[in-house]
Design a protein around this ligand. Structure first.
Ligand SMILES: [Zn+2]
Length: 186
């Protein structure tokens, strides 16, 4: 797994018309699918796998460098850690801590696992040993020393990709549960 660190994109890069146009083009969609297939739909940082709503991310941060070697799959949660400005400020569901028993990648893996098993945020935070909550600053040196936790608080923007992914997870879990129930009654 690649090392995951809290970071951010400068605000002017959050919304870019030209980039949006490219992201909607058939060429990008085809390339995106190629990378998803290559990496088995699994997040480069935490290994989380999902058929939908995974992000194909530019490793060097340059959206114009579309070489396959510069592209990787990132899950919705790890994406909010890489773009902590968005996670903490815009979407408002990422909290930052000074102390953790685990590295950032492990925090993500464990959060995915515990949340899908129904654990509360409080229980997950205790297990992860996250302590000393602090605020966001647009400062990579500051963020480098911290650990991010993606909470299950309601998202400020219900129409973003993260919310769509959450709804998709809930649906997938319900279907698994229904399958189990069917099996039990047969
Ligand atoms: Zn991930």
């Amino acid at each position: 797994m690649k090392e995951l660190r809290l970071s951010f994109a400068p605000p002017m890069k959050w919304r870019d018309g030209r980039q949006k146009k490219w992201l909607e083009s058939p060429a990008w969609k085809q390339l995106r699918q190629k990378i998803l297939d290559r990496d088995g739909f699994s997040c480069a940082y935490c290994g989380y796998r999902a058929e939908k709503y995974q992000i194909v991310d530019h490793i060097d941060g340059n959206p114009q460098n579309n070489e396959a070697s510069n592209l990787q799959v990132v899950c919705q949660m790890c994406n909010l850690i890489k773009h902590a400005g968005q996670g903490c400020v815009i979407v408002g569901i990422v909290d930052l801590y000074r102390k953790s028993k685990f590295a950032q990648n492990e925090i993500m893996r464990i959060t995915h696992e515990m949340r899908s098993a129904g654990a509360s945020d409080a229980r997950t935070i205790r297990y992860l040993g996250l302590e000393e909550k602090v605020g966001f600053r647009q400062d990579r040196g500051y963020l480098k020393e911290l650990y991010g936790f993606v909470t299950s608080r309601p998202n400020r923007d219900e129409n973003d990709m993260y919310s769509k992914w959450l709804a998709y997870c809930k649906l997938a879990r319900k279907e698994t549960k229904d399958d189990n129930q069917t099996r039990l009654t047969v």
